[in-house]
Design a protein around this ligand. Sequence first.
Ligand code: BES
Ligand code: MN
Ligand code: ZN
Length: 492
Amino acid sequence: MKIVFGKLALPKKGALVLGVQENRSMLPMTMLMDTAMGGGLKNAMASSRFTGKAHQTLMVFGPTGRIVLYGVGNGDGIDSLWSEKAGGAIVAALASSGESEVSILFEGYGGTGKGTELRAAHFGYGALLRSYRFDLYRTTLKDEDKPSLSKINVLVDGHLKARKNFMELNAVAEGIFLTRDLVSEPPNVLFPESFAKRLQGLKADGLKVEVLGEREMGKLGMGALLGVGQGSSRESKMVVMEWNGGKKGDKPIAFVGKGVCFDTGGISLKQAGGMEDMKWDMGGSAVVAGLMKALAGRKAKVNAVGIVGLVENMPDGNAQRPGDVVTSMSGQTIEIINTDAEGRLVLADALWYTLKRYKPKIMIDLATLTGAMLVALGQINCGYFANDDVLADRMAEAGRAVGEGVWRMPLGDDYNKMMDSDIADMKNAGPRYGGSITAACFLERFVEKCPWSHMDIAGVTWSSKDAPTVPKGGTGWGVRMLNQMVKKHYEG
Ligand code: BES
Ligand code: MN
Ligand code: ZN
């Protein structure tokens, strides 16, 4: 989708989006068009239920194509998020309408003046985010089933400033699209080695990228991660991505991702129904990759590292068994109770490696870690854990700012000791109750005193229905929120 910014004026071609306030009160450009149409818009409103309430729409046919009358209410609460939602709604309404181009007459909507350009940029951003599709493997898709809309003109006073604001958002969108692409790819295409190869491509964005194979990880003593990949014919990998946009010598902030390219459960095999979903068990690492791309794309003034542990969890003659004891890079030993609790094993070594190599300011891991998180919070909020209140508050604030909900969950000794083992330092699976919490306590054993947060994104990585700025499928959830937090607190 092409998003273009231009001067506020009625264009001569394409579809139009025109704002209407409450009680069918038309904004100036809308009025102009209504006059040109001999009162056609007023009549259309009068014979419909459209009153101009926020986010209401009415589709009318005008001289140059469809006209979407868009309700802006009384102007209250019109901020960046409102504008993104509106942009997304416009794309949803016109994507497959037959229109190829639409112009949005952005007359401030929430009042003109300061902030208009920023809201206009967010309007374009929301439209762009909603336009995402993953059609790579749909070879028989007919033309009439493909989206027609390919260009969006956001017409606004101060369009140059709006465009400038948009460029930064566009970089974030490109990160989100990378994340969505990665989680959408099928597991026969995206496996540790091919995933690592794709991440090598991020060198073109200005990132440093390093790939460790099983030999290197073996030397480092990553017995926990390697144990998971042991039953797979694909080689496990770890990818280290660095963005050095901050001051030289400044300690980085670190993001660590679970990258289980397919999770069968291993010998503790999952049931067949829905197992195909486990292709997106690498969602955490996809967010890390997308975030790193976004930071590089907008030249963020920060030093950041992204580290992903890439494995495939398969049952096989050489697979790890329940009862096995593995030694992690930290030296701590782990009794395997359930080979389906594999994500934490991958993260144990990835976190420790990150901690020791970079001594980061903060460390945040993302993982589709537990089904219990879906039970707890559904698909609305991501549950997160933190050993540091300042970090926890920053995350909540960032989530609110971009509309990605996060909800803090508890850690604590009473949970933590549920992961003690009789034969080793810990076990990889505890009781069913509190499963997301004990998983987080397991991870906490690998971060020492570093301010750290674990985000269990099991519920928010994939969506089965469209949302205003997130089409169904891979959501890219987390890129926006973490980008926001970096921008607000860790740059400069
Ligand atoms: N990848 C799964 C968690 C998951 C389930 C993510 C459903 C998204 C949707 C994880 O590896 C897993 O299997 N966890 C187990 C842990 C248990 C064996 C302690 C679970 O949640 O059942
Ligand atoms: Mn599993
Ligand atoms: Zn898993």
